[in-house]
Ligand binder design. Structure first.
Ligand code: HEM
Length: 422
């Protein structure tokens, strides 16, 4: 069961994620080889999992399909070797929740789980609404034309997540750059190219970005130990497991996962929603008519954009999924963006429909690693659109939008719009 070589190459080609080629490849795979092995040039072989049901089945079996044994994002042989050399054998540069399995994973997840639950983050609603209103005012002040991604969608979730991590506003541009460099490493307009790297040769651009993150959060962590405030940074800095403080490396990894996972994904989806509204004026009118429809709009924008395209797993024993035998040690790619267009689950999967109900999107993953930040992400986006929609009468594209080139996390990177005020 092999994926044709041209499709295998498409799956690891960042430019295919900037146009519709990846969706064509996914559609072909779902129809013809929904669970098959790909081996692009320079990569170890991996199973490509494209059906909604198979993604859920693998994600829910966390003992059989581990996150931490091999790289968690698709990585070439060369990069994997470099990472292992640097770390003394581990395939991971950081050790955050996404790289952990039981028994450590549930213990580390429990440290912040309560903080991320709806009852707790509800307390942030007023503050987030104030940040959203300021963002909408900035948009309105442009007088009717802006780049919605660069001027609004990139900054709003960044501001929210940096506040919960205690990063002062003045440092946000630096954090934005670091996150874009980490996720957008393959995009020439976003990534840090090797020639700009000032570190020794063996520290590649991504390692350097992570080193910058560590340096930054070490200061915040020390401050929260000395002066606890109750924010998420305080929870992480003072965390203990089995009566012992967590290591500095693991605390830093925690900051890195929240700082990075916490805003690029949400920015992409916020931008994706606006792009979809430009393309579907009927949907804009329908949601504007009754703002209790905004959560449905957000769910559909999450399905539509699916900013986290893939995560990897590896089999801890021989297994069977969807009638296909998987061998012990095999590497698997969960293609969330494909599951979210699965025609056996979604009617008209290639149409944006804010009234989709139920919406079984799986963009936050499933099982033990289900996104911790999902309630926060949905709340942020709901509040922004509740504030924004009553202020505009119409919106349209005002230039060519562009998607970022990245295999792991991607979404719109530029979205010129023109809007009429209500
Ligand atoms: C995990 C997607 C927003 C923090 C995940 C995973 C996905 C995902 C697919 C699962 C990883 C796996 O199974 O290996 C998204 C999307 C978002 C979003 C689509 C926005 C639309 C956020 C936000 C935060 C966050 C706002 C925090 C402020 C996390 C953390 C994990 C995670 C900490 C690791 C959970 C674990 O491994 O136990 N996210 N995320 N995410 N996400 Fe999100």
């Amino acid at each position: 069961m092999r994926v044709p070589q041209d499709i295998a190459e498409t799956i690891v080609n960042p430019t295919a994620y900037a146009d519709s080629r990846i969706f064509d490849a996914y559609a072909w795979l779902r129809a013809n080889k929904p669970l098959a092995v790909a081996q692009p040039e320079g990569f170890d072989p991996f199973w490509v999992v494209t059906r909604h049901a198979d993604i859920l089945e693998i994600s829910r079996q966390n003992d059989l399909f581990h996150s931490g044994d091999l790289a968690t994002t698709i990585t070439s042989r060369e990069v994997d070797a470099r990472v292992r050399k640097l770390t003394g054998g581990s395939p991971h540069l950081v050790r955050s929740l996404v790289q952990m399995d039981a028994p450590d994973h549930p213990k580390y997840r429990a440290l912040t789980q309560a903080w991320f639950m709806p009852q707790n983050i509800k307390k942030l609603e007023e503050r987030i609404r104030a940040i959203a209103r300021a963002a909408v005012e900035r948009m309105v002040a442009t007088g009717g034309e802006c780049d919605f991604v660069r001027e609004i969608a990139l900054h709003y979730p960044l501001h929210v997540v940096m506040e919960i991590l205690g990063v002062p506003e003045a440092d946000e541009p630096r954090m934005l750059m670091l996150t874009q460099e980490l996720f957008g490493a393959a995009d020439p307009e976003l990534g840090r190219t090797p020639k700009e790297s000032k570190e020794p040769e063996d520290l590649g651009p991504i390692q350097q970005v992570i080193a910058d993150f560590y340096q930054y959060f070490a200061k915040i962590s020390a401050d929260r130990r000395a002066h606890p405030t109750g924010d998420l940074a305080t929870v992480i800095a003072n965390s203990q497991i089995d009566g012992q403080p967590i290591s500095e490396f693991e605390a830093m990894s925690y900051y890195v996962i929240v700082a990075t996972a916490g805003h690029d994904t949400t920015s992409s989806t916020t931008g994706g929603a606006m792009w979809a509204l430009c393309d579907n004026p009927d949907q804009l009118a329908w949601v504007k008519e009754d703002l209790s429809r905004v959560p449905g709009l957000i769910d559909e924008a999450i399905r539509w954009t699916t900013p986290v395209k893939t995560f990897m797993r590896s089999a801890t024993a021989d297994a069977e999924v969807g009638g296909q035998k998987i061998g012990k040690g095999d590497w698997l790619m969960l293609c969330y963006a494909s599951g979210n267009r699965d025609e056996t689950v979604f009617d008209e999967p290639n149409r944006f429909r804010a009234d989709r109900s139920p919406n079984k999107q799986l963009a936050f993953g499933y099982g033990a690693h289900l996104c911790l930040g999902q309630h926060l992400a949905k709340m942020e986006m709901r509040i922004l659109y509740e504030e924004l929609l009553p202020r505009i009468k119409s919106v349209r594209l005002n230039g060519e939008p562009k998607m970022s080139q990245a295999v792991f996390v991607n979404g719109p990177k530029t979205l010129p719009i023109a809007f009429e005020l209500a």
